[in-house]
Design a binder for this molecule. Sequence first.
Ligand code: ADP
Ligand code: ASP
Ligand code: MG
Length: 426
Amino acid sequence: MARIVMKFGGTSMAGTERIRRVANIVRKQAAGGNEVAVVVSAMAGETDRLVNFCREANALYDPAEYDVVVASGEQVTSGLLALTLQSLGCKARSWLGWQLPVRTVEAHAKARVDSIDGEALAKSMAEGEIAVIPGFQGVSDEGRITTMGRGGSDTSAVAVAAAVKADRCDIYTDVDGVYTTDPRIVAKARKLKAVTYEEMLELASVGAKVLQTRSVGLAMKEGVRVQVLSSFVGDDAVPADELPGTMIVSEEEMDELVEKGEVERQHVTGIAHDKNEAKIILTRVPDKPGAVAHIFEPLAAASINVDMIIQNVGRDKGETDVTFTVPQADLARAQALLEDKREDIGFNRIITDSQIAKISVVGVGMKSHAGVAATMFKALADRGINIQAITTSEIKVSVMIDEDETELAVRVLHTAYGLDAADEAA
Ligand code: ADP
Ligand code: ASP
Ligand code: MG
């Protein structure tokens, strides 16, 4: 007998017919004598719809009221899944964020899980009742509803798994695992049997949306075993307990898998892209100590994350251009803040561009292998793709390119690093 947390994403929950399929998967998992808790997303497209309502109601919406609106999508699906499970003869009940409770801290709309009281939940699970929990939502210190940022149900699931000390957290989605890159962009993407927490964290943070970044960080910190697998399977599918999906593992487990010959170690594990950043160029900034601090201090104070930064070689007259990226959603705010500080910073013009993309290659193999970046630059150059900025970390190289070239760049790099699945027809 095991204790399993199962999470189902928006596409898996899109409509009563799909929810019935989910209920069947849950029933099977529970039928083996397992204790089961299920975390659900809103129906696909529902959260976007609710966000738009907020924008229409008030362009400068209050994040606390936004949370009241957008958290409702998960309330609907949690109730519907509990009802469907009951119709199949299972004992099931829903537990809303405030009922567990899922305590969160920090800002509305991007709340972070602080603690979950797992006691009542574990007791109900042990009594054979299936717990159905709406993902994405929690409760603040003031007792108000909060939400955890887009894709937050993954984090809810991992947090619940940690709270009840689950044996495994299965994240069911519309693909059957984590691939070398988004399988919707590259048909030859390969499914990975396992990926390390560190690599998954990096892949998620640079745009592989299959898991929310925070969920991976939390799983790593709490040592939660996570599997990514598909809910779109037939009755004869390999059971989740036999691990048909992708396991997120520690480096030690990965070494063992490599030693056993179950996984092949590559220099590059995966490639991700992100079209949600925007570029800002400040021209003719004084080339002297303190100038760059003047630019980034107001942005940091406004919690605007700056990602890539390049300071161009100083021109004559002790001036230079500074280029950097911010999330597209923060571009207008960043621009207004910088205009405000024009005198202090002393720049000439502010130029912005949202038509950019960041392409990143990730792999722990890079730690011990040189030449990964060179391969990237050559492969892109051979296809005439211009690199506008570069950043690196120990296990990642990212470049900024024109947004129109995103798909081409991802495909070219996937081939260049030898990640393409063998051509079945060949
Ligand atoms: P859910 O609604 O189940 O949370 P998401 O849409 O958030 O699902 O995440 C699943 C999607 O992530 C897939 O449909 C796929 O297009 C995308 N994706 C991006 N990168 C990867 C990757 N490396 N491996 C698998 N899926 C990926
Ligand atoms: N429904 C939320 C969203 O679309 C949370 C989630 O699905 O993970 O972002
Ligand atoms: Mg998701």
